[in-house]
Structure formats: C-alpha cells, structure tokens
Design a binder for this molecule. Structure first.
Ligand code: COA
Length: 270
C-alpha cells in the first residue's frame, strides 16, 4: 500500500461518511455507497459485533438495494472496532419468539447465496460462526493477520449452517473440514489462508484499505464480464464439455460488445 493510496482511501472514507445512507453512530449496521461500492459494516463493537435478528434484516435490505441498483457494482462487508463479528447473537438464540421461517438469518443467507455481484469481505479479530461461514459465499476475502476464525456449532449443540458442510470439505478436504466443523476450535489466519479461504493476508491497519482497493479494481472492470464470470464460477454442474459450450456461447456474444471492442482497440493503439 503506497502512502498516496492510503491518503486517497482515507479521503474516500470522509466522503463516504457524508454520503452514506445510514451513518448514525448508534446504528448496528452502517451502510454507505461511494464510487459504485456499497459498504456494509457491522457496528456493535461492545458485543464483538454479534449479529441480532434485526441486524440480519438490515443487511438483507441493503443487499436487496445493492442487487437492484445498477450503480452499485461491488459489496464490501466490513466492521467497526477490533472484530469482524462473534457470530449470531447468543441471546437471540435463547429467545423462542423468533419464527425460524421469517428469521433474519435465513433472509441473509438467501441474499448471500443468490447475490449476483461481487462481494468482498474485510475481516479482523474475532470471525466466529456465521462470520466464518458467510465468507464461503464471498468472492474475495481480505483478512488481518490477527483474525481468529471459529465455527463452534457442535460445541454449542448445533450443527453446520450456510452450506458450510458442503463447501468446506471441497476447500479443505474431509479430514480438516471434520476437525474445524466438529471440534469447532478457533484457527488462525495462516490456517485459513492455507485452506484457500483468503485472498490477502495483511496487517490489521491495512485490512479495510486493501479491501477497498480490491473493490475499486473490480468496479473498474467491464461490468457484464464481471457478473458473467461470477455466474459461471457459481454455476452448478461438473460436466466440462457442457461448461465449455456455455462459456463459448457467452464469450462469442461478449466479443462484439462495446467493452471488449474498446479494450482491444486500446491495446492495439498502444
Ligand atoms: N452473542 C451475544 N453476545 C456476545 C457474543 C455473541 N455471539 N459474543 C460476544 N458477546 C458479548 C459478551 O457477552 C460480552 O458482553 P458483556 O460485556 O455485556 O458481558 C461482550 O460481547 C464482549 O465479549 P467477551 O466474551 O467478553 O470478549 P472476549 O474477547 O473475551 O471473547 C469471543 C471474544 C468472540 C471469543 C467470545 O465473546 C465468544 O466466544 N463469543 C461467542 C461466540 C459464539 O459462540 N458465537 C455463536 C456462533 S454460532
């Protein structure tokens, strides 16, 4: 990170705090939009950013807006204070008045799973429960070296969620996935990196800036190509022949589009 980049992004944060759609300091979720990037920040540091039912609903509302607004190209998940999140609010788990069908967590996971634009996460400190499993649905993860991940579902008498029992074995292999999901013990950023969960491992002072730099890089790319690439990456099915044909179909169509034509001309005129 160069000094000028850091200054530029600090300025960006100043602008963001003026233009955000929800910047009241007493909000548990802060949402800001700037330069095609929607930033969704967990802001409950006194509770390690534990996520309540109301917070899940607020995040889901923001994601709905981001999905529908063509001006928003990337979503950044970030946090205030020292931690990303300590996961689901345990007091909420104890309440029995939440209708599971209408619970915010279900809406949030559905929004994550079906979100068609790139998602970047900037994590640090405690990254617990859904704090870790939501990362399986992000496209880029920038983590601070002080991050501590954990999926303590089984010790809490629960079981894996967010399709982590499907996705983690593919990333980490069956044995490591069993260890992380059954024992539920904390693991450090180095281990998360080794599993393949992280894109960047950086100092905690740089995590938000590096994630924003990544968001800017993504938002400057040809939008249709980015969206299509995410769609292809998430497309189920294992048949290589079918996938090649699908790719060729889209590739051929994109060849004639203005974004590609502009890129070719720009290269050839150098
Ligand atoms: N739900 C509700 N409250 C939580 C919380 C959670 N998931 N995580 C932390 N808090 C609260 C604590 O109760 C405490 O509140 P208090 O100050 O009113 O007593 C405050 O946040 C600070 O937490 P504390 O445990 O003192 O911080 P720590 O640095 O010692 O430990 C954690 C941090 C994340 C390791 C620890 O808080 C923890 O294990 N939390 C639970 C994680 C969890 O099991 N989540 C559910 C996953 S499914």
């Amino acid at each position: 990170m160069t000094y000028s980049l850091a200054v530029r992004f600090n300025n960006l944060f100043e602008i963001v705090s003026k233009k955000g759609i929800n910047m009241s300091a007493d909000q548990d979720i802060l949402v800001t939009i700037e330069q095609h990037i929607m930033s969704i920040s967990f802001n409950r540091p006194e509770k390690k950013n534990a996520i309540t039912d109301a917070m899940y609903h607020q995040v889901s509302d923001a994601m709905k807006q981001a999905a529908e607004d063509d001006d928003i190209r990337v979503v950044l998940f970030t946090s205030e204070g020292d931690d990303f999140t300590s996961g689901n609010d345990i007091a909420d788990f104890l309440r029995n008045d939440i209708n599971i069908k209408e619970a915010g967590v279900g809406r949030f996971l559905q929004a994550l799973r079906s979100f068609h634009k790139p998602i970047v996460a900037a994590v640090k400190g405690s990254v617990v429960g859904i704090g870790t499993t939501m990362l399986f649905h992000c496209d880029f993860v920038v983590a601070a070296t002080n991050s501590v991940f954990a999926m303590p579902f089984v010790p809490l008498g629960l079981c894996p969620e967010a399709a982590s029992s499907l996705i983690l074995p593919k990333l980490a292999g069956h044995q490591l996935a069993s260890e992380l999901l059954m024992l539920g013990e904390p693991f450090d950023a180095e281990k998360a990196d080794k599993i393949g969960l992280l894109n960047r491992l950086v100092d905690k002072r740089e995590v938000k800036l590096q994630a924003l730099a990544l968001c800017q890089k993504i938002s400057a790319l040809p939008v249709e190509s980015v969206l299509l690439t995410k769609k292809l990456l998430k497309m189920p099915g294992t048949d290589i022949g079918d996938r090649m044909q699908t790719e060729v179909r889209h590739f051929t169509r994109l060849l004639g589009q203005p974004a590609a034509q502009k890129a070719f001309q720009s290269f050839l005129s150098k």
